[in-house]
Design a protein around this ligand. Structure first.
Ligand SMILES: [Zn+2]
Length: 407
């Protein structure tokens, strides 16, 4: 059985150990030592340590039959090795993990909320509490209490008890093992069975901050950060608030109000722009009709637009054929591509789709529609004018044929 020194002294960063077993599996060496400072990867809670064995990167650490197995890609020469763990990572894990003990006990003491889940990831740390409801004011109370525990700098102890003594301690949760029951105690405030690594004193946890909370599967999921991670979070948030307040020329505390003001102004402006756009399009439609060509009482409207979106042109085409006895053939150049829209009013006898099919190839395009309206786009911008002209010729010839008396 590997001696797990991370339990006795979680502050050990370097250790000499002896190789007990070495196996080569799937391109890596799986090494068991007589003792270790590497915390293994478990199914939940605290993540594994990262670090080196004789300067070779340890890529995984897992527990098997009470042994801790270290996985390295390069072979280790000799029976003795020097282990080094990445102390920043471990320290941050210990801060989050000890902070979790504190938060969980505060939820239990203030609201009788039981912690039913814990996740400590590289980005997020959260606990699930079996409470159906929570208010923002409750969160503030919990944060205040938890940070009081931090600032009081209580001692955090870990020790083993016999299973017969379990009932003598006010445990926050029951142990899942019958032997080697390890208790982590925060100065008579919290007793909980745990095999992880923790700070010696609550003060080392640093600030505990709840980032957000939400209802999750009938419980409450609370995302939080402690110590180094809280500092990092504060750093980027502070920097963003400073930038926002500088941009808006307001005090940092007035940033939200400043953003809300701009948001409302923007909404008003967007509405005004929309109203003006409708008026402009109406004006453009009238202009197009007055410049249209009259063919036996039918307005033939044809233009190529270079500074109007296809969406707007299509809208104008629809408005024209609905409100005027008309036929439209319009082209649009947009983002180095061209598009056309052809249409006619209801009462005009003309198959627009057929004409569209005859001309769309000119711009190497494709599209579709019905006998009343058709649209499509192509790549040959330089042929757009010819495409529209050809459509007009075909329209004229069809109209002429339709006007001819039956003989
Ligand atoms: Zn723990």
């Amino acid at each position: 059985m590997t001696e797990k020194l991370y339990r006795e002294n979680p502050y050990l960063r370097e250790l000499t150990a002896k190789v007990v077993k070495k196996q080569y599996k799937k391109g890596a060496f799986h090494i068991v030592l007589n003792r270790t400072i590497f915390y293994p990867h478990l199914s939940g809670g605290q993540p594994k340590d990262i670090g080196t064995m004789n300067d070779v990167k340890v890529i995984d650490v897992y527990e098997k039959d009470n042994d801790i197995v270290h996985v390295v890609e390069d072979d280790i020469i000799g029976d003795e090795v020097i282990l080094n763990i990445d102390w920043n990572t471990r320290f941050t894990h210990m801060q989050q993990h000890t902070g979790q003990h504190i938060l969980s006990t505060v939820f239990s003491k203030l609201y009788n909320g039981k912690t039913i889940g814990f996740h400590l990831g590289s980005e997020f740390v959260y606990i699930d509490i079996d409470l159906p409801e929570l208010k923002d004011s409750d969160i503030k109370k919990i944060e205040d209490f938890a940070n009081k525990v931090v600032f009081s700098n209580f001692e955090v102890k870990a020790y083993y008890i016999d299973k017969n003594d379990v009932s003598n301690l006010p445990l926050r949760k029951q142990p899942t093992v019958d032997s080697n029951i390890r208790i982590v105690e925060i100065n008579d405030i919290d007793y909980t069975p745990c095999g992880g690594t923790h700070m010696r004193n609550t003060g080392e946890v640093g600030l505990i901050k709840i980032r957000k909370w939400e209802k999750y599967k009938g419980n409450i999921r609370v995302e939080f950060i402690c110590g180094n991670r809280a500092l990092e979070d504060f750093r980027w948030k502070n920097s963003q608030i400073n930038e926002i307040s500088n941009l808006l020329s307001v005090k940092d505390m007035d940033s939200l109000e400043g953003v809300k003001r701009i948001y409302d102004e923007n909404k008003d402006l967007m509405k005004k722009v929309k109203d003006l756009k409708v008026k402009l399009v109406d004006y453009e439609i009238k202009d197009l009709i007055s410049n249209s060509w009259d063919y036996n009482g039918i307005n033939i409207v044809s233009t190529i637009f270079t500074d109007t979106s296809f969406k707007d042109v299509r809208y104008m085409a629809t408005q024209i054929i609905e409100n005027y006895n008309s036929i439209v053939s319009m082209g649009v150049v947009e983002d180095n591509k061209c598009q056309i829209v052809l249409g006619r009013s209801n009462d005009i006898e003309l198959n627009i789709r057929e004409i569209f099919n005859d001309v769309i190839g000119i711009i190497n395009g494709q599209g579709g529609g019905n006998p009343k309206m058709a649209q499509g786009g192509g790549s040959r911008v330089e042929k757009l004018e010819r495409c529209i002209e050809t459509s007009l010729k075909l329209i004229e010839s069809e109209l002429y044929n339709n006007l001819k008396p039956n003989v």
